[in-house]
Design a protein around this ligand. Structure first.
Ligand SMILES: NC(=O)c1ccc[n+]([C@@H]2O[C@H](COP(=O)([O-])OP(=O)(O)OC[C@H]3O[C@@H](n4cnc5c(N)ncnc54)[C@H](OP(=O)(O)O)[C@@H]3O)[C@@H](O)[C@H]2O)c1
Length: 411
Protein backbone atom coordinates (compact mmCIF):
# COMPACT_ATOMS: atom_id res chain seq x y z
CA UNK A 1 0.00 0.00 0.00
CA UNK A 2 0.92 3.66 -0.08
CA UNK A 3 1.39 5.44 3.22
CA UNK A 4 2.93 8.61 4.54
CA UNK A 5 5.85 7.95 6.84
CA UNK A 6 7.93 10.04 9.20
CA UNK A 7 11.53 8.86 9.45
CA UNK A 8 12.89 11.73 11.55
CA UNK A 9 11.23 14.38 13.73
CA UNK A 10 11.25 17.76 12.07
CA UNK A 11 9.52 19.95 9.50
CA UNK A 12 6.53 19.07 7.37
CA UNK A 13 8.77 17.99 4.50
CA UNK A 14 9.91 15.04 6.61
CA UNK A 15 6.62 13.37 5.77
CA UNK A 16 7.23 11.15 2.76
CA UNK A 17 4.81 9.20 0.63
CA UNK A 18 6.01 5.64 0.19
CA UNK A 19 5.13 2.11 -0.77
CA UNK A 20 5.09 0.00 2.40
CA UNK A 21 3.89 -3.43 3.45
CA UNK A 22 0.16 -3.78 4.02
CA UNK A 23 -0.82 -3.99 7.71
CA UNK A 24 -2.44 -7.23 8.92
CA UNK A 25 -5.43 -7.17 11.26
CA UNK A 26 -4.70 -8.98 14.51
CA UNK A 27 -7.23 -10.76 16.73
CA UNK A 28 -10.28 -8.56 17.28
CA UNK A 29 -9.16 -6.16 14.56
CA UNK A 30 -10.32 -5.25 11.08
CA UNK A 31 -8.50 -3.96 8.03
CA UNK A 32 -9.96 -0.69 6.69
CA UNK A 33 -9.48 0.49 3.13
CA UNK A 34 -9.10 4.17 3.91
CA UNK A 35 -11.15 6.69 1.96
CA UNK A 36 -10.38 9.65 4.25
CA UNK A 37 -7.84 10.28 7.00
CA UNK A 38 -8.00 13.14 9.49
CA UNK A 39 -5.20 15.59 10.19
CA UNK A 40 -4.90 17.64 13.39
CA UNK A 41 -2.87 20.65 14.28
CA UNK A 42 -1.63 18.41 17.09
CA UNK A 43 -0.19 16.06 14.44
CA UNK A 44 2.21 18.84 13.48
CA UNK A 45 3.53 18.86 17.07
CA UNK A 46 3.88 15.08 17.20
CA UNK A 47 5.75 15.24 13.89
CA UNK A 48 8.33 17.40 15.67
CA UNK A 49 8.64 14.90 18.51
CA UNK A 50 6.76 17.04 21.01
CA UNK A 51 4.70 15.41 23.75
CA UNK A 52 1.38 17.20 24.16
CA UNK A 53 -1.01 16.34 26.95
CA UNK A 54 -1.92 12.66 27.00
CA UNK A 55 -0.84 11.99 23.42
CA UNK A 56 2.75 10.77 23.40
CA UNK A 57 5.13 11.60 20.59
CA UNK A 58 5.95 8.48 18.57
CA UNK A 59 8.56 6.34 20.28
CA UNK A 60 9.52 4.38 17.19
CA UNK A 61 10.46 5.75 13.80
CA UNK A 62 9.59 5.46 11.04
CA UNK A 63 5.93 5.87 11.89
CA UNK A 64 2.77 6.39 9.89
CA UNK A 65 1.06 9.39 11.58
CA UNK A 66 -2.66 9.97 11.86
CA UNK A 67 -5.31 8.58 14.18
CA UNK A 68 -8.61 9.02 12.36
CA UNK A 69 -9.78 7.01 9.37
CA UNK A 70 -12.98 6.33 7.48
CA UNK A 71 -13.44 3.73 4.80
CA UNK A 72 -14.60 0.18 4.24
CA UNK A 73 -13.70 -2.99 6.15
CA UNK A 74 -11.98 -5.32 3.70
CA UNK A 75 -10.53 -8.03 5.96
CA UNK A 76 -11.09 -9.43 9.43
CA UNK A 77 -8.66 -10.64 12.05
CA UNK A 78 -9.34 -13.67 14.23
CA UNK A 79 -12.43 -13.58 16.45
CA UNK A 80 -14.15 -10.79 14.52
CA UNK A 81 -17.85 -11.17 13.66
CA UNK A 82 -18.41 -11.63 9.89
CA UNK A 83 -20.96 -8.79 9.93
CA UNK A 84 -18.13 -6.25 9.79
CA UNK A 85 -16.86 -7.34 6.39
CA UNK A 86 -17.71 -4.75 3.74
CA UNK A 87 -19.09 -2.20 6.22
CA UNK A 88 -18.43 1.49 5.80
CA UNK A 89 -16.94 2.68 9.06
CA UNK A 90 -15.14 5.51 10.79
CA UNK A 91 -12.73 5.11 13.70
CA UNK A 92 -10.48 7.07 15.98
CA UNK A 93 -7.43 4.84 16.33
CA UNK A 94 -6.68 6.02 19.88
CA UNK A 95 -3.05 6.39 20.83
CA UNK A 96 -2.03 4.13 17.95
CA UNK A 97 -0.99 5.96 14.78
CA UNK A 98 -1.32 4.57 11.25
CA UNK A 99 -4.03 6.76 9.69
CA UNK A 100 -2.15 8.46 6.83
CA UNK A 101 -2.33 5.33 4.71
CA UNK A 102 -4.37 3.46 2.15
CA UNK A 103 -4.99 0.68 4.69
CA UNK A 104 -5.30 0.85 8.48
CA UNK A 105 -6.08 -1.64 11.24
CA UNK A 106 -8.04 -1.12 14.43
CA UNK A 107 -10.16 -3.00 16.94
CA UNK A 108 -13.90 -3.46 16.37
CA UNK A 109 -14.61 -1.61 19.61
CA UNK A 110 -13.42 1.57 17.88
CA UNK A 111 -15.67 1.31 14.83
CA UNK A 112 -18.75 3.39 14.09
CA UNK A 113 -20.89 2.24 11.18
CA UNK A 114 -21.58 5.00 8.66
CA UNK A 115 -25.08 5.71 7.44
CA UNK A 116 -25.27 5.36 3.64
CA UNK A 117 -25.57 9.09 3.04
CA UNK A 118 -22.59 10.14 5.17
CA UNK A 119 -19.39 10.63 3.19
CA UNK A 120 -16.13 9.34 4.68
CA UNK A 121 -14.70 12.88 4.68
CA UNK A 122 -17.59 14.10 6.84
CA UNK A 123 -17.28 11.20 9.24
CA UNK A 124 -13.55 11.55 9.67
CA UNK A 125 -14.01 15.29 10.27
CA UNK A 126 -16.28 14.52 13.19
CA UNK A 127 -15.04 11.37 14.91
CA UNK A 128 -12.13 13.07 16.70
CA UNK A 129 -12.60 16.81 16.24
CA UNK A 130 -16.34 16.42 16.89
CA UNK A 131 -15.73 14.41 20.01
CA UNK A 132 -13.51 17.21 21.28
CA UNK A 133 -16.23 19.73 20.41
CA UNK A 134 -18.79 17.67 22.30
CA UNK A 135 -16.37 17.41 25.21
CA UNK A 136 -16.04 21.19 25.30
CA UNK A 137 -19.79 21.66 25.05
CA UNK A 138 -20.29 19.62 28.22
CA UNK A 139 -19.14 22.80 29.95
CA UNK A 140 -21.81 24.93 28.24
CA UNK A 141 -24.92 23.04 29.23
CA UNK A 142 -28.17 24.84 28.52
CA UNK A 143 -26.72 26.98 25.75
CA UNK A 144 -29.69 28.72 24.16
CA UNK A 145 -31.32 31.81 22.67
CA UNK A 146 -30.39 34.09 25.57
CA UNK A 147 -26.70 33.44 25.01
CA UNK A 148 -24.09 35.17 22.90
CA UNK A 149 -21.25 32.91 21.92
CA UNK A 150 -17.88 34.15 20.71
CA UNK A 151 -15.82 31.46 18.95
CA UNK A 152 -12.17 32.10 18.05
CA UNK A 153 -10.51 30.37 15.07
CA UNK A 154 -14.14 29.95 14.08
CA UNK A 155 -13.34 28.72 10.58
CA UNK A 156 -11.11 25.92 11.91
CA UNK A 157 -11.85 22.27 12.60
CA UNK A 158 -13.25 22.61 16.11
CA UNK A 159 -14.35 26.22 15.66
CA UNK A 160 -16.64 25.48 12.73
CA UNK A 161 -18.43 22.73 14.67
CA UNK A 162 -18.88 24.99 17.71
CA UNK A 163 -20.35 27.72 15.49
CA UNK A 164 -22.81 25.24 13.99
CA UNK A 165 -23.76 23.84 17.39
CA UNK A 166 -24.35 27.27 18.94
CA UNK A 167 -26.34 28.38 15.91
CA UNK A 168 -28.57 25.30 16.17
CA UNK A 169 -29.01 25.99 19.90
CA UNK A 170 -30.42 29.41 19.04
CA UNK A 171 -27.58 31.48 20.47
CA UNK A 172 -26.31 34.68 18.89
CA UNK A 173 -23.04 33.53 17.35
CA UNK A 174 -19.98 35.69 16.75
CA UNK A 175 -17.12 34.01 14.93
CA UNK A 176 -13.63 35.49 14.92
CA UNK A 177 -11.02 34.29 12.46
CA UNK A 178 -7.94 35.39 10.55
CA UNK A 179 -8.66 37.17 7.28
CA UNK A 180 -11.60 37.97 5.02
CA UNK A 181 -11.87 34.54 3.38
CA UNK A 182 -12.19 32.91 6.77
CA UNK A 183 -14.71 35.43 8.10
CA UNK A 184 -16.79 34.82 4.97
CA UNK A 185 -16.61 31.09 5.69
CA UNK A 186 -17.67 31.73 9.28
CA UNK A 187 -20.81 33.54 8.12
CA UNK A 188 -21.63 30.62 5.86
CA UNK A 189 -21.41 28.33 8.85
CA UNK A 190 -24.25 30.25 10.45
CA UNK A 191 -22.53 32.91 12.54
CA UNK A 192 -24.56 36.10 12.91
CA UNK A 193 -21.38 38.18 13.02
CA UNK A 194 -17.86 37.46 11.82
CA UNK A 195 -14.83 39.54 12.72
CA UNK A 196 -11.25 39.42 11.54
CA UNK A 197 -9.15 39.24 14.68
CA UNK A 198 -6.05 40.18 12.77
CA UNK A 199 -7.30 43.76 12.94
CA UNK A 200 -5.93 45.56 16.02
CA UNK A 201 -9.37 46.95 16.93
CA UNK A 202 -11.30 43.72 16.33
CA UNK A 203 -12.94 43.67 19.75
CA UNK A 204 -14.59 47.04 19.05
CA UNK A 205 -16.38 45.40 16.09
CA UNK A 206 -18.12 42.86 18.29
CA UNK A 207 -21.70 44.05 18.77
CA UNK A 208 -22.39 42.62 22.22
CA UNK A 209 -20.72 41.09 25.22
CA UNK A 210 -20.50 37.31 24.98
CA UNK A 211 -21.88 35.03 27.65
CA UNK A 212 -19.52 32.33 26.38
CA UNK A 213 -16.06 32.51 24.85
CA UNK A 214 -14.83 29.30 23.18
CA UNK A 215 -11.20 29.47 22.22
CA UNK A 216 -8.28 27.21 21.39
CA UNK A 217 -5.98 30.01 20.32
CA UNK A 218 -4.49 31.38 23.55
CA UNK A 219 -2.15 34.36 23.63
CA UNK A 220 -3.10 38.00 23.24
CA UNK A 221 -6.08 37.39 20.98
CA UNK A 222 -7.65 35.06 23.52
CA UNK A 223 -6.99 37.49 26.35
CA UNK A 224 -8.73 40.23 24.38
CA UNK A 225 -11.71 37.94 23.83
CA UNK A 226 -11.92 37.04 27.51
CA UNK A 227 -11.91 40.74 28.38
CA UNK A 228 -15.17 41.05 26.44
CA UNK A 229 -17.01 38.52 28.62
CA UNK A 230 -20.30 39.66 30.12
CA UNK A 231 -20.66 39.39 33.91
CA UNK A 232 -21.59 35.81 34.71
CA UNK A 233 -19.96 34.69 31.48
CA UNK A 234 -17.88 31.62 30.86
CA UNK A 235 -14.51 31.25 29.13
CA UNK A 236 -13.66 27.77 27.88
CA UNK A 237 -10.08 27.24 26.74
CA UNK A 238 -9.09 24.17 24.75
CA UNK A 239 -5.75 25.07 23.22
CA UNK A 240 -3.12 27.63 22.40
CA UNK A 241 -2.66 27.50 18.64
CA UNK A 242 -1.15 30.98 18.52
CA UNK A 243 1.70 30.35 20.93
CA UNK A 244 3.85 27.76 19.17
CA UNK A 245 2.85 24.90 21.49
CA UNK A 246 3.81 26.95 24.54
CA UNK A 247 1.17 26.27 27.22
CA UNK A 248 2.07 29.49 29.04
CA UNK A 249 0.00 31.13 26.30
CA UNK A 250 -3.24 29.80 27.78
CA UNK A 251 -5.45 32.81 28.50
CA UNK A 252 -7.15 31.45 31.62
CA UNK A 253 -7.94 34.09 34.26
CA UNK A 254 -6.74 33.63 37.81
CA UNK A 255 -9.27 33.12 40.59
CA UNK A 256 -9.01 36.70 41.84
CA UNK A 257 -9.89 38.16 38.48
CA UNK A 258 -12.66 35.62 37.96
CA UNK A 259 -14.19 36.57 41.32
CA UNK A 260 -13.81 40.31 40.73
CA UNK A 261 -15.47 40.11 37.33
CA UNK A 262 -18.02 37.44 38.23
CA UNK A 263 -16.94 35.19 35.36
CA UNK A 264 -15.52 31.69 35.07
CA UNK A 265 -12.45 30.79 33.08
CA UNK A 266 -11.15 27.26 32.69
CA UNK A 267 -9.17 24.81 30.59
CA UNK A 268 -11.56 22.07 29.57
CA UNK A 269 -9.31 19.61 27.74
CA UNK A 270 -7.70 16.62 29.37
CA UNK A 271 -8.64 15.75 32.95
CA UNK A 272 -11.66 18.09 33.34
CA UNK A 273 -13.18 16.70 30.15
CA UNK A 274 -12.44 13.09 31.06
CA UNK A 275 -13.90 13.60 34.53
CA UNK A 276 -17.27 14.51 33.01
CA UNK A 277 -17.46 11.22 31.12
CA UNK A 278 -16.11 8.99 33.89
CA UNK A 279 -12.56 8.72 32.57
CA UNK A 280 -10.56 8.81 29.37
CA UNK A 281 -11.56 5.23 28.59
CA UNK A 282 -15.07 6.52 27.90
CA UNK A 283 -14.09 8.87 25.07
CA UNK A 284 -16.30 6.81 22.78
CA UNK A 285 -19.30 8.39 24.50
CA UNK A 286 -18.24 11.74 23.06
CA UNK A 287 -17.62 10.17 19.65
CA UNK A 288 -21.17 8.81 19.68
CA UNK A 289 -22.58 12.22 20.62
CA UNK A 290 -20.58 13.80 17.80
CA UNK A 291 -21.71 11.22 15.25
CA UNK A 292 -25.31 11.83 16.37
CA UNK A 293 -24.84 15.55 15.68
CA UNK A 294 -23.56 14.68 12.23
CA UNK A 295 -26.56 12.45 11.64
CA UNK A 296 -29.08 15.08 12.77
CA UNK A 297 -27.47 17.79 10.61
CA UNK A 298 -26.16 19.99 13.42
CA UNK A 299 -22.61 19.34 12.29
CA UNK A 300 -21.96 19.99 8.60
CA UNK A 301 -18.19 19.92 8.68
CA UNK A 302 -16.35 21.97 6.12
CA UNK A 303 -13.47 19.92 4.80
CA UNK A 304 -10.14 21.03 3.37
CA UNK A 305 -8.96 18.07 1.33
CA UNK A 306 -5.44 17.17 0.30
CA UNK A 307 -4.35 14.05 -1.55
CA UNK A 308 -2.71 11.56 0.80
CA UNK A 309 0.48 11.92 -1.20
CA UNK A 310 0.59 15.58 -0.19
CA UNK A 311 0.38 15.16 3.58
CA UNK A 312 3.43 17.38 3.96
CA UNK A 313 1.56 20.21 2.22
CA UNK A 314 -1.40 19.65 4.51
CA UNK A 315 0.83 20.00 7.58
CA UNK A 316 2.49 23.07 6.19
CA UNK A 317 -0.87 24.66 5.39
CA UNK A 318 -2.11 24.02 8.94
CA UNK A 319 1.01 25.59 10.34
CA UNK A 320 0.59 28.59 8.07
CA UNK A 321 -3.08 29.07 9.03
CA UNK A 322 -4.02 28.42 5.43
CA UNK A 323 -6.76 25.83 6.05
CA UNK A 324 -10.48 26.17 6.54
CA UNK A 325 -12.45 23.48 8.32
CA UNK A 326 -11.12 20.02 9.03
CA UNK A 327 -8.04 18.94 7.12
CA UNK A 328 -8.58 15.56 5.48
CA UNK A 329 -6.27 13.39 3.38
CA UNK A 330 -7.81 11.33 0.62
CA UNK A 331 -5.97 8.35 -0.83
CA UNK A 332 -6.75 7.27 -4.35
CA UNK A 333 -10.41 6.40 -4.30
CA UNK A 334 -10.97 2.68 -3.74
CA UNK A 335 -13.19 1.00 -6.35
CA UNK A 336 -16.27 1.05 -4.08
CA UNK A 337 -16.04 4.81 -3.46
CA UNK A 338 -18.49 6.99 -5.43
CA UNK A 339 -15.57 9.01 -6.81
CA UNK A 340 -13.71 6.04 -8.26
CA UNK A 341 -13.60 5.72 -12.05
CA UNK A 342 -16.83 3.98 -12.93
CA UNK A 343 -18.07 4.43 -9.36
CA UNK A 344 -21.34 6.06 -8.30
CA UNK A 345 -21.34 9.81 -7.97
CA UNK A 346 -18.80 12.56 -8.26
CA UNK A 347 -15.09 12.70 -7.77
CA UNK A 348 -13.40 13.40 -4.49
CA UNK A 349 -10.34 11.21 -4.93
CA UNK A 350 -6.77 12.15 -5.63
CA UNK A 351 -6.59 14.39 -8.61
CA UNK A 352 -10.03 15.89 -8.08
CA UNK A 353 -9.44 19.63 -8.27
CA UNK A 354 -12.99 20.81 -7.89
CA UNK A 355 -14.92 21.26 -4.69
CA UNK A 356 -17.47 18.49 -4.50
CA UNK A 357 -21.09 19.59 -4.15
CA UNK A 358 -22.31 18.89 -0.65
CA UNK A 359 -24.03 15.65 0.15
CA UNK A 360 -26.26 15.79 3.22
CA UNK A 361 -24.56 17.71 5.96
CA UNK A 362 -21.38 18.16 4.00
CA UNK A 363 -19.75 21.46 3.07
CA UNK A 364 -16.63 20.96 1.04
CA UNK A 365 -14.66 24.18 1.14
CA UNK A 366 -11.52 23.34 -0.74
CA UNK A 367 -9.86 20.53 -2.59
CA UNK A 368 -6.17 20.78 -3.27
CA UNK A 369 -4.97 19.47 -6.63
CA UNK A 370 -4.10 15.82 -6.57
CA UNK A 371 -1.03 13.93 -7.66
CA UNK A 372 -2.39 12.90 -11.04
CA UNK A 373 0.37 13.28 -13.58
CA UNK A 374 3.08 13.31 -10.93
CA UNK A 375 3.49 9.58 -10.73
CA UNK A 376 2.02 9.46 -7.23
CA UNK A 377 -1.43 8.07 -7.85
CA UNK A 378 -2.82 4.58 -7.53
CA UNK A 379 -1.24 3.57 -10.79
CA UNK A 380 1.87 1.55 -10.19
CA UNK A 381 0.81 0.76 -6.65
CA UNK A 382 2.40 -2.66 -6.77
CA UNK A 383 5.37 -1.59 -8.81
CA UNK A 384 7.54 -0.26 -5.99
CA UNK A 385 9.06 -2.45 -3.32
CA UNK A 386 8.03 -1.91 0.29
CA UNK A 387 10.01 0.90 1.86
CA UNK A 388 10.84 2.61 -1.41
CA UNK A 389 10.25 6.32 -1.12
CA UNK A 390 8.33 8.10 -3.85
CA UNK A 391 9.64 11.50 -4.80
CA UNK A 392 7.14 14.16 -3.90
CA UNK A 393 7.54 17.81 -4.74
CA UNK A 394 8.39 19.52 -1.48
CA UNK A 395 9.22 16.33 0.40
CA UNK A 396 12.80 17.42 1.06
CA UNK A 397 14.27 16.18 4.28
CA UNK A 398 15.98 18.38 6.82
CA UNK A 399 14.71 21.81 5.87
CA UNK A 400 13.93 23.96 8.89
CA UNK A 401 10.34 25.14 9.38
CA UNK A 402 9.78 28.67 8.15
CA UNK A 403 7.83 29.53 11.26
CA UNK A 404 6.73 27.99 14.50
CA UNK A 405 3.39 26.21 14.49
CA UNK A 406 0.70 26.71 17.06
CA UNK A 407 -1.28 24.11 18.90
CA UNK A 408 -2.82 22.94 22.05
CA UNK A 409 -3.15 19.93 24.25
CA UNK A 410 -4.53 16.94 22.39
CA UNK A 411 -7.63 15.12 23.35
N1 LIG B 1 -9.00 18.94 16.75
C1 LIG B 1 -9.00 18.39 17.95
O1 LIG B 1 -9.61 17.34 18.20
C2 LIG B 1 -8.24 19.02 19.07
C3 LIG B 1 -8.07 18.29 20.21
C4 LIG B 1 -7.43 18.89 21.23
C5 LIG B 1 -7.00 20.18 21.13
N2 LIG B 1 -7.17 20.88 20.04
C6 LIG B 1 -6.72 22.26 20.00
O2 LIG B 1 -7.80 23.08 19.57
C7 LIG B 1 -7.32 24.13 18.75
C8 LIG B 1 -7.98 24.06 17.39
O3 LIG B 1 -7.65 22.82 16.82
P1 LIG B 1 -8.18 22.40 15.39
O4 LIG B 1 -7.70 21.00 15.17
O5 LIG B 1 -9.62 22.67 15.29
O6 LIG B 1 -7.31 23.34 14.45
P2 LIG B 1 -7.83 24.43 13.42
O7 LIG B 1 -8.71 25.39 14.14
O8 LIG B 1 -8.37 23.74 12.23
O9 LIG B 1 -6.49 25.14 13.01
C9 LIG B 1 -5.88 26.02 13.91
C10 LIG B 1 -6.36 27.45 13.68
O10 LIG B 1 -5.88 28.22 14.74
C11 LIG B 1 -5.66 29.53 14.30
N3 LIG B 1 -4.31 30.00 14.63
C12 LIG B 1 -4.03 31.15 15.24
N4 LIG B 1 -2.73 31.29 15.39
C13 LIG B 1 -2.14 30.21 14.84
C14 LIG B 1 -0.79 29.79 14.68
N5 LIG B 1 0.22 30.52 15.14
N6 LIG B 1 -0.56 28.63 14.05
C15 LIG B 1 -1.56 27.87 13.62
N7 LIG B 1 -2.86 28.19 13.77
C16 LIG B 1 -3.15 29.37 14.36
C17 LIG B 1 -5.80 29.52 12.76
O11 LIG B 1 -7.05 30.09 12.44
P3 LIG B 1 -7.08 31.63 12.00
O12 LIG B 1 -6.25 31.74 10.75
O13 LIG B 1 -8.52 31.90 11.80
O14 LIG B 1 -6.47 32.40 13.13
C18 LIG B 1 -5.80 28.04 12.42
O15 LIG B 1 -6.56 27.78 11.27
C19 LIG B 1 -5.80 23.96 18.69
O16 LIG B 1 -5.21 24.70 19.71
C20 LIG B 1 -5.62 22.48 18.96
O17 LIG B 1 -4.36 22.17 19.45
C21 LIG B 1 -7.76 20.31 18.96
Amino acid sequence: MHAVRLHAFGPAENLTYEEVADPEPGPGQVLIEVAAAGVHLVDTALRQGLQLGPTPAPTELPTVPGREVAGRVTALGADVAPKWLGRRVVAHLGMVPGGYAELAVTGTERLHTLPDDVAPEQAVAVVGTGRTAMGILQFAEGLGPRDTVLVLAAAGGIGSLLVQYAHRAGAHVIGAAGGPAKTAAVRELGAHEAVDYRAADWTSRVSRKPTHVFEGVGGDVARAAVDLLAPGGSHLSYGYASTGFDPSGLAVLDETEQAARGVTSQVVLGEPMFAKIGGMRNLRVLEERAMARLADGTFRPPVHRFPLAHASRAHRALEERATTGKVVLTPCAPPWHPSAPGGRGRGVGAGAAEARPPSRGHRATATEPGPTGQGLGCAGRAARPAGAAVAEPGAVRGRAPERGPGGGPPE
